[in-house]
Design a protein. Sequence first.
Lengths: 276, 431
Amino acid sequence: MANSPTFTIDGLKANVEGKEILKGLSLEIKGGEIHAIMGPNGTGKSTLASALMGHPKYEVTEGSVVLDGEDVLEMAVDERARAGLFLAMQYPSEITGVTNADFLRSAINARRGEGNEISLIKFIRQMEAKMKQLEMNPEFMHRYLNEGFSGGEKKRNEILQMLLLEPKIVILDEIDSGLDIDALRIVAEGVNAMRSEERGFLIITHYQRLLNYINPDFVHVMMQGRIVKSGGPELAERLEAEGYDWIKEELGIVDETVGQDEEEFKIPMNTTAPKY
Amino acid sequence: MSTQTTLSIDSNAVIELSRSKQEPEWMTSLRTEGLKLAESLELPKLEKTRIDRWSVSSYGTYKAQAPLASLDELPEVARGLASPNNLIVQRNSSIVHKQVAEELKQQGVIFTDLETALQEHADLVQPYFMKAVEANENQVTAIHAALWNGGIFLYVPKNVRVEVPLQALFVTDDAEASFAPHVLIVAEPFSSVTYVDNFVSSHTGGQLVQNGIVEVFVKPGAKVQYASVHNLGESVTDLTYRRAILENDGAVQWVVGELNYGNTMSDTTSILKGNGSDSDAKVICVGTDEQKLNLTTRAVHWGKASTSDMITRAVMRDGATAIINGITKIEKGATGCNGQQTEKVLMLSPKARGDANPILLIDEDDVKAGHAASVGQVNAEQVHYLMSRGIPKEVAQRLIIYGFLAPVVSEIPIKAIEEQLQGLVERKLGQ
């Protein structure tokens, strides 16, 4: 299908502050597919999300990222977004003085290009409809972007942006953290409503919980900055039941994390503090 | 060392002018006293600002100005700044246009120029003129007392609520004509009024000082909204004192846009004399080129349970410098009062400089006071977030900069002023 995107990550390596966190990660996502990346904390999952979006703190050292034949790594952050990449962030910024509505209209218009701006009426109608779908209070339209939003409200606002921007490739970075069960259901419904041949998803999470609401086609486990195991939805279920230890055992991994400060001074167990 | 400046003021001409205008004797002697004080007093001492190095001595001379036949005769910059209703226009040294609705007059509201008020309502002017800001404070106030011209007198009788904004427009288009407007507002008990003014310039050469004083007297239960937009050009040094004195349950709301292109000193103060009085001050400022700005907001609490809130936000471009002072003073005995202040400076260039100085002076225990101050650059994380939604970098930065000023701009009580401020800010930030 012509509109079905292909997103290919090949041998991606990336540094944060000079430390290599991604150590050669490959993955292909096609339109209509939902991929879940799971793994314990500190294994490089969020680094993957940020590096794909082009956060200046993350330096890609090797590998390629291609969306529909175009080199994503050559693009500036805003170009990546306009090409169809969307990252629902774990910690969205709060921006005083910029209302949610102004922000979203600017984002939509940036995508549509000069001379083809969305009319105000049409935009407001769309935004209202999507907010209703996410059970958001209409007042959030005119609130300053994420300012004073609770954790759950911020996550819903990220999904609202996804609904309005209609990206080709959606990356959800720990969208389930800080959500109660109701919010989780609403967010998942929002994602499911967007599921189509024209869109691929990469869902990053360390709980299986979200995957009860969004059924993934592929599940990948990340450790030490790369994908160490892939499978279908049954893999997520086994992780839920048994945790990650069996994978570590199977692969002979002792420490699954990457780039953690090992030089940190630890008080030896056999000493006591001086007595005064 | 004395920081005496050579003043180009012709004393005899000042006195003669006062006589020829048949000003009351007390006004002539006030002018004389101002002249004398100006010789001995020094320039105000400003925090981290050498005002003595500014161009502060070009006061020009009084020039009579013919009344306007039509507002279209005003220089281009001044056109369209105010709606034609309830408007007084000062051009250089004199008032050139006055239009006040008949209903207001019938309600007893006096909205006229100060020179006329001295002829017709001297008894109402005398108890207040130069009483909130006094001639003997420093050289600038002394010179103002001597030289003031044109000016506005606004008097709202007891219980009268003026629903429409009253407007003034101050235009200088002759750098050799003195320009020292005085605005005097008296709001009698339980009255309310909104006053809005604009300062603009159109000079072809020369330097000029705008030495302006605003005095607002808020009687018990009265409410005054005061909005002022200063958009004077590079050739004008703007020295402005604004001061309100509030009695019991009186309220004042200041909205100030400091959007000049020349050096600017402004001091906006509320003296909360009465119990339960309330002051709210919002100031925005954009500094460009080599501009130097020293902006002070101040609240002095004498009354019990009085409240004040002051917000200043400044954006500094190029090599501009801003010293932003917020002073909350709580006097002994002013129990139960609450004084809050915030000063924020956003710097857009490595050569720009901004200092935010929150100062709390508290002589009473049973009070609340708070301050927040910050100086910083455009947050890179915020820019990234906006860009990650497809917004180009320049647009993202612009959104953040306007957003920085928006919490102040959006609270402006008058839509037209809000839009005008927005436009001026855009022009100053342009490119």
